[in-house]
Design a protein around this ligand. Sequence first.
Ligand code: PMP
Length: 322
Amino acid sequence: DVQENVGRWENARLQPYGPLSLDPSTAVLHYGQEIFEGLKAYRHEDGSVWTFRPEANAARLNRSAQRLALPTLPEEVFVDSIRELVAQDQAWVPSGDGESLYMRPFMIGTEPFLGVRPSRQALYSVIASPAGNYFGSVEPVDIWLSRTYARAGTGGTGAAKCGGNYAASLVAQMEGDAHGCSQVVFLDPERDDAIEELGGMNVFFVFDDGRLVTPELTGTILEGITRDSVIQLAEERGLTVEQRAFTLDEWRDGVRSGHLTEVFACGTAAVIAPVRRLVSNDETIGPEDAQPGEVTMSIRQQLLDIQTGRAEDTHGWLTRLV
Ligand code: PMP
């Protein structure tokens, strides 16, 4: 049982970026045993380098590992792996305004074997790449509603961060691109067309009475770390956050009545992105001239200020890497 291998991580090393050599029968290539994480390192004004809630990423990696029958990784191995990678060459971490180093830890089943069973070997690795400035002007995005394709179903892998979920979402992404939408949103057709999440972000709905609604964690959506942070920051401001099923009908009605005033998506890469309209083959929901909302932009700024060291980290969310 691969789970018994917990703690037997061996051969840790830093090596120059380059191709992996895999046997053509390697498990990951046939059965998709792959999981990953994404987090950012920011350089603060004094030159130190910090990352955001890495223990949450470690915990989610381990939940994904359990779902995909891969071995779990001790939290300290996870945090050390990103720290050592960053410390190897600090020049990697850009110091421009709003720039960061995006880090991508991932794990694959590496046993060469054609039978359908969990791999008895795994490779855990981290790669990283400088990421651009998200501080500039924030243009609201249009999102495409996929009616044809689901991302994940009950009992499936929707709550895991595994490559297969993204493989299943790519064709919907292509559809969205063809309709001028930069993101796709998925529905849960088993639950009255409840909104699930975007291809790579969670979603929030802001009402004019100080309520925020975000889809509850049903096991089919990813438990976003940005989502959790937004919930905490919103509640501290006295806003009410409802985690529950939010249907397409409610979205449409909220826009019609004028009570749904802002929609935003959130995730590690873009932090918080205002949403303009929902577009599908049947309808368009939302005003064409939608501007980024006040609540959206204010929570976004607060989160960015914490991550970049401009605001005090009162939640203990930051971990120093270098
Ligand atoms: N949902 C999906 C499908 C994602 O890929 C991501 C990005 N990891 C998120 C939500 C947001 O998660 P986080 O805030 O942890 O980046």
